[in-house]
Every structure is written in C-alpha cells, then in structure tokens.
Ligand binder design. Sequence first.
Ligand code: PLP
Length: 247
Amino acid sequence: MNNGLKTGELEPDVPPAHEAFSRRLSSVQARIGQALADAGREATSVHLLAVSKTFDAPAVRELAACGQREFGENYVQEALDKQQALRDLPLEWHFIGPIQSNKTRAIAENFSWVHSIDRLKIAERLSAQRPTGVPPLQVCIELNVSGEASKGGVAVAELPALAQAMSALPGLQLRGVMAIPAPATDIAAQRAAFRQVREAFEALIARGYALDTLSMGMSADLEAAILEGATIVRVGTALFGERNKHA
Ligand SMILES: *Cc1c(COP(=O)(O)O)cnc(C)c1O
C-alpha cells in the first residue's frame, strides 16, 4: 500500500481511525450545538450518550480518546466484555436495552444508569441488587408514546403509578423518562412524538417529582428531540457508522 511515505520514514502517529472518530464526534457535537441554539437553550444542557452496541472495545477506546465519556449498551454480556477490556478508562456506562429478570444483578452491579425500566418487578430487583457503598442506580422510566404493543415502555396513563412506586426504592434514583418513538421522516412528526414525552415528563414534575432527565433523540432525530427538551441524546450510527444486524 502506498501511504505516501518513503521506506524507512516513520508512520504518522495519528492513525486514520482516530481521525474518523474525531470527525464524526465533532459533527454530532455541532448538530447538538446548532439544535440547542435554535431552541434558545444553554449550550451545555444536553449530554451525548454514545451508543456502542455491536461495536468492539477498540472502537469505544478510539471514541474515548476523542473525549467521549458516556457510553450506552443494549446487551448485558456484550457490555460486560467491553467494560472489562476498557477498565483502565474512566467511562460511565448506561444500560438502554430491554431488561430480562435474570440480568438485573449484572446490570445493578456494573452500570451507573438504566434508561429502559418499564416494569416495577424489574425496578425492585435492580434496587435490591444495587451494591451498598456505591451511589444509587440513576434510572429513567421508558415511555411508549407510539402505542406499538410490540415495543417496550409504559403507556402515558401508567407512568404516574410506576414513578410513585419506584421513587420509594432505596437503590434507585429516579431521574426522568426515556422514549424511542417510532421513526418518522419529517421533523414535525418527530417533534409531535417527542412533545408527548416531554408533556408526560412535565406532568410528573408538576406532581412533585424532582426530575431532570429527558432521554430522547437518536442519530436520525436528535434535532427534533432537542427542540422538545431532550437532556440526553443517545447516538450510535452517527458516531460509529452503520451497525451489522445484531442476532
Ligand atoms: C441503538 C439505539 C440507539 C442509537 O440509535 P442510532 O440510530 O444508531 O443513533 C439509541 N437508543 C437505543 C435505545 C438504541 O437501542
């Protein structure tokens, strides 16, 4: 391969993979910054969660080397393997996938945040299994505003009861609401779904819950989510590239 170097010359010390990650991260940060400016919101009011599912530990390490600290994972065993390989880095791990009862202990012991709680039984297990001596698990309730029965998340009508029951659990700190609305191509439709999430979130705050987290918006719709008040956007493809289909 001709890389433009004469034989015996040193390899460039910044490999192309690093440049690609750095460029994609800057581009996502610029999109977030522009959406915040358009919304008239403070420049630091959104956290970027890098969704690394299906990408390997070296890819996460590259993005971490660009300054990214918060990573989201959907599959427990895959996440534990990556955490082990990257334990020398000061990363914060968020679990964002569907939760099976037999995986709650691994999640309670190895993550700082869980975004995808939609059943009290799962919340109770996570709380009971959260180790003592570490901060409570920071959690969001997943809300289903698309009415798709096949998808996770509670209906808006069930949200207050679940929030009330969860806020009594000592191992959890309820921070807010997460949603994955059905994909829509036009921004008006995207915003309409995110607005429903925000309204449900604000209704909980009006009931007296101290919540600060609205986890919504992905690679294709983060602008609409930020215009509707998102405080965490969960971005995979725009940072890591296209995923191979996961089994
Ligand atoms: C995969 C995934 C994302 C990231 O989606 P992209 O379209 O790749 O940005 C965000 N949130 C959840 C819950 C996911 O499963």
